[in-house]
Design a protein around this ligand. Structure first.
Ligand SMILES: [Zn+2]
Length: 119
């Protein structure tokens, strides 16, 4: 879980729209390794469809598949879940792009500015 100090730091990064330091921090690097291990180094969404995709899987371009750890609930909208293992899933780049597109559709109907945490 995320500490209050870390959460404040992360919210500031979100406010500044500069999330790179988060993805470089020790806590994230350790947690993403845990997520990869938990998901057996296989894409979770492909697996759901009965397909095993790992970084050794050769894609249609003849290249190894790019894999990444995805935040199921995005960091920007759910910073308190940024370091929650249950909010992570290991995905191939195709599934990651699909997952991101889905998030955008869900967020489309939400108000653009959320002030609830300002005070
Ligand atoms: Zn996949």
């Amino acid at each position: 879980m995320i500490t209050p100090e870390k959460l404040n730091w992360l919210k500031e990064l979100i406010r500044l729209d500069k999330l790179i330091p988060f993805y470089k921090c020790k806590e994230w690097r350790q947690l993403r390794l845990k997520a990869m291990e938990r998901d057996n180094y296989e894409c979770k969404h492909c697996k759901r469809n009965g397909v095993v995709t790992t970084r050794k899987t050769i894609n249609k371009y003849g290249k190894p598949t790019k894999m990444d750890v995805n935040h199921i609930k995005p960091v920007r909208t759910h910073p308190h879940l940024a370091l929650d293992l249950d909010n992570l899933e290991y995905l191939c780049v195709d599934c990651h792009n699909k997952a991101d597109g889905k998030d955008k559709m869900i967020n489309k109907h939400k108000p653009k500015f959320v002030n609830e945490e300002r005070w």
